[in-house]
Design a protein around this ligand. Structure first.
Ligand code: MCA
Ligand code: AMP
Length: 501
């Protein structure tokens, strides 16, 4: 094979008239049309001077054109770098410049705001809108759908996804062709996906879950996807009868359960419901089973590793656990200090090794060395335990991370911004339970003279994506500290635990 990822996921569908995508307006896109779209875009990208290995940063709305751009990048040997559409220009600026992207693709609506971002980073700027219009769409329309696929090997970089860091600086996780392909193959098999499946897709496509887990599985098996722009429970209710499987973060399931229209009858025909990206409460699992008769299959993954574990398809899907290590993935629970493997049943840091584990962080050898051991085990920072039957349970995190509605938020990034604002002496950002998002962000501030909260909120809005912004502020005289002077976030988390519930 000249390009394993392209050939396996996309190329073999050339001329395949089966439906790949059902769109909300009732129209469909066949595999054949999709592959042709990708070929045109690949020609446009190559025509713009991009060569294999170049990074293409992309911040555009979810659409079949956005998926075709992903396919085009793989076909042309370019490194696809999708960005959360909620990121502000400040945030995007770092990703585009840090990655050294040769091209930055944005929506027409954000072009004016982002032009200087591309210019400062020395990247070419093109527009691709959700309806296919825009400068890149125009370039592609004039091209042939035939493109000579760029030769790539298993270890070549296929995508880069930025994950936030505990120090506040985001790191570009480098994912190879084989990282993505091997995981899609294992998951499709483990979860019994076939070309008969119709996957209900309401996740964003700039993260591992919606892009690599969901989309790559459908492409690999030749099944169809119902591509909804975002989570809207009314739309889910409308499309569930036409689906066989759905993937979502826990908020998908709690929102569905929150309405009376979501009944057992509506989903009796469904084959599979999968949850991941954040802990699914055992309570939600039980309520879901009581309402529908379906047991949600929970799995566990990371941007750096794709999927690591899964509850079984046929066996017992245990609420509160993330199941077994996937075939080909080695998983151990280790002492956080010494790294020694702990006896079965003890709690420690989860480490994983396998073809799913990424190549390292883009241009950050020190950070790579700190988290990826020489023997190939990746230190996840998640705390877990393995029971006598081999089920893995995640009990907490050895990293200061908040997961809100499936999005990761690193407190340090917000604290650095808050500490810099007039009237703020210091801050501590914590995650507390939230009925809709699982966890939500609360900022605890210590005032330094006059604090203008409106001004503070305006600055935060300008700098941070909306999902990261504190949903509540608390002002204290001092932060609680231990005898070593370290801020006791656990005390704050306990004090404000009931804030949203
Ligand atoms: C939106 N808002 C949020 C979140 N999403 N606030 C906190 N946490 C969130 N997750 C804010 C918006 O900024 C807005 O604020 C207000 O809520 C309403 O926005 P809206 O767009 O209407 O929200 P929504 O459509 O209801 O979105 C909630 C959501 C969405 C469906 C939970 O966040 C979502 O699709 N999450 C999935 C994330 C995901 O795919 N994660 C996978 C990462 P304002 O009103 O102030 O403007 S990959 C991963 O984790 C690993 C690999 C794995 O294992 O999968
Ligand atoms: P990300 O950096 O966005 O890839 O998020 C990865 C993190 O999400 C993991 O390190 C876990 O902390 C968390 N995560 C993913 N799936 C699950 C799950 N099923 N249960 C608990 N946490 C999860």
């Amino acid at each position: 094979m000249t390009n394993p990822l392209y050939d396996t996921l996309f190329g073999r569908h050339a001329g395949n008239e089966a439906v790949f995508l059902f769109l909300p307006d009732g129209t469909t896109i066949s595999y054949a049309t999709f592959v042709e779209q990708a070929g045109r875009l690949a020609n446009a990208l190559a025509g713009a001077g991009l060569v294999p290995g170049d990074r293409v940063a992309v911040q555009i709305a979810k659409s079949h054109h956005a998926l075709a751009l992903y396919a085009a990048c793989v076909q042309a040997g370019l490194v696809f770098l999708p960005l959360n559409t909620a990121y502000t220009a400040d945030e995007v600026s770092y990703f585009v410049s840090n990655s050294g992207a040769a091209l930055f693709v944005c929506d027409g609506g954000t072009r004016a705001n982002l032009a200087s971002v591309a210019e400062d980073a020395g990247a070419r700027l093109e527009v691709l809108n959700a309806d296919g219009s825009g400068s890149l769409g125009d370039l592609a329309a004039a091209q042939s759908s035939e493109f000579l696929t760029a030769a790539r090997s298993d270890s070549d970089l296929a995508a880069m996804l930025y994950t936030s860091g505990t120090t506040g600086r985001s790191k570009g996780a480098m994912l190879s062709q084989m990282n993505l392909l091997s995981n899609a193959q294992v998951l499709a098999d483990y979860w019994h996906f076939t070309d008969e499946d119709v996957l209900l897709h309401a996740l964003p496509i700039f993260h591992t879950h919606g892009l690599f887990v969901a989309t790559n599985i459908a492409l690999l098996t030749g099944g169809a996807m119902i591509l909804l722009p975002k989570l809207d429970t009314d739309q889910l209710i409308e499309w569930l009868p036409k689906s066989t499987a759905m993937m979502g973060v826990p908020t998908f399931y709690t929102r569905l359960l929150g309405g009376d229209r979501f009944t057992g009858d509506l989903v009796r025909h469904m084959r599979l419901f999968i949850s991941g990206s954040a802990p699914l409460l055992a309570e939600t699992h039980k309520q879901f089973e009581a309402r529908t008769g379906h047991r949600i299959l929970e799995r566990y993954g990371m941007t750096e590793t794709n999927m690591n574990t899964s509850n079984p398809y046929d066996g017992d899907r245990r609420a509160g656990t993330v199941g077994f290590a996937l075939p080909g993935v080695e998983l151990k629970v280790c002492d956080p200090v010494t790294g020694a493997t702990l006896p079965q049943g003890e709690i420690g840091v989860i480490e994983v090794r396998g073809p799913n584990v990424f190549l390292g962080y883009w241009q950050m050898p020190d950070k790579t060395a700190a988290e990826l051991r020489e023997d190939g085990f990746f230190i996840t920072g998640d705390l877990g335990t393995i029971d006598a039957d081999g089920y893995v349970t995640i009990v907490g995190r050895n990293k200061d991370l908040i997961i809100s509605g499936g999005y990761n938020i690193y407190p340090k990034e917000i604290e650095l911004l808050l500490d810099d604002q007039p009237g703020v002496l210091e801050s501590a950002v914590i995650g507390v339970p939230h009925p809709d998002f699982g966890e939500s962000v609360v900022a605890v501030l210590v005032r330094d003279g006059d604090l203008d909260q409106d001004l503070l909120a305006a600055t935060v809005k300008e700098s941070l994506a909306a999902f990261k912004r504190p949903k509540a502020y608390v002002v204290l005289d001092a932060l609680p500290r231990n005898t070593m002077g370290k801020v006791q976030k656990n005390v704050l988390r306990e004090t404000y635990a009931d804030m949203f519930t």
